[in-house]
Ligand binder design. Structure first.
Ligand SMILES: [Zn+2]
Length: 316
């Protein structure tokens, strides 16, 4: 029997789950406390891990490993966060290997959260059996992960495939948190929605007054009722996501693009729309690239960690 603890350190929710033989047995959701930084969040995470182990009658020695999905650039070989973007910035200085060793003394793995999501979908979800996969997760920000020729894409600095949210679609566009301008994330993500709405030249004043309360769920709901402002905004965001996906197809040549994130509750609107744009604009003469919805919903990264720890075990 294999027991692992998988932690997904999201910008809104921190998930701490116990997986047994790849199945989620228990998962605790903590509210993310971004403002207190990374290190100050660790005692809450430790408490959650220990409470799960106690409830499930598992001794640390019986644990096969602990994995962490992190929203930033990570060196998985050293088990270290190497770069952040306004989320848990103090993580780069922290020795996570020592934290794991002192508290549980089990194998540890860490990787970028969106890369782990594509790993999860590739191993256990929508992209099973495929060799070339791109996943785009539209959450608070926009994350991507890539599998090429049956291998996870890392690159020289462990950032290949991870920065799809920061591909520039408008070089004169809005300033992004990463320091660049006109990134996909700055032009069409939940994080930027209030400013996108306020700065939009065509939206009505009454709609702009609701800017701080708007999220994509609300916008897709309003658009379905025929609200003109919501329709305009919804379609513009889908155009931006489509443009990004066309660029991913040009960059990575996948056979399948998996779309994840809470927004995919509106997959019935999003998938046909993006398919039509991709068919029109992607330069991909040999065959059609499949565009499909993720299957593991919010738990893809937890399943990805399961795969990483297993790979690590094989190397030990
Ligand atoms: Zn950016």
């Amino acid at each position: 029997m294999e027991n692992i603890i998988a932690i997904d350190l999201g910008g809104t929710v921190v998930k701490v789950g116990l997986l047994r033989n790849g199945e989620i047995i228990e998962c605790i959701h903590l509210n993310s406390r971004l403002s207190i930084g990374f290190v100050s969040n660790l005692p809450r995470i430790k408490e959650a891990i220990d409470s799960i182990l106690a409830r499930q009658h598992i001794e640390p020695a019986q644990l096969d490993g602990i994995g962490l999905a992190f929203p930033g650039l990570v060196d998985p070989n050293k088990g270290k966060v190497i770069s952040t973007n306004e989320k848990y910035d103090d993580a780069c200085e922290y020795d996570l290997n020592a934290w794991i060793e002192q508290n549980w003394n089990v194998p540890f793995c860490i990787d970028n959260d969106a890369r782990l999501a594509v790993l999860g979908e590739w191993q256990q979800g929508a992209a099973r059996g495929k060799r070339n996969v791109v996943m785009m997760t539209i959450g608070t920000g926009i994350g991507t992960g890539v599998i090429i020729d049956g291998n996870v894409l890392y690159g020289q600095h462990y950032q290949a495939g991870s920065l799809g949210g920061h591909f520039v679609i408008d070089y004169k566009g809005r300033s992004c948190t990463c320091g660049n301008k006109g990134c996909v994330e700055a032009m069409a993500s939940s994080f930027f929605l209030p400013v996108i709405i306020r700065e939009h030249p065509q939206l009505s004043d009454s709609f702009k007054q609701l800017a701080d309360k708007m999220n994509f769920k609300e916008i897709f709901g309003l658009a379905a009722t025929g609200d003109k402002d919501a329709l305009l905004l919804r379609n513009e965001c889908m155009d931006i996501w489509s443009a990004a996906i066309v660029t991913y197809i040009h960059a990575y040549d996948p056979e399948i693009v998996v779309l994840g994130g809470g927004i995919m509750n509106s997959a019935d609107v999003i998938i046909p729309y993006i398919k039509e744009r991709v068919a029109r604009y992607a330069w991909c003469p040999s065959s059609e690239v499949q565009i499909i919805t993720a299957q593991l919903s919010e738990n893809a990264a937890l399943h990805g960690l399961c795969y990483c720890l297993n790979q690590k075990k094989k190397l030990l």
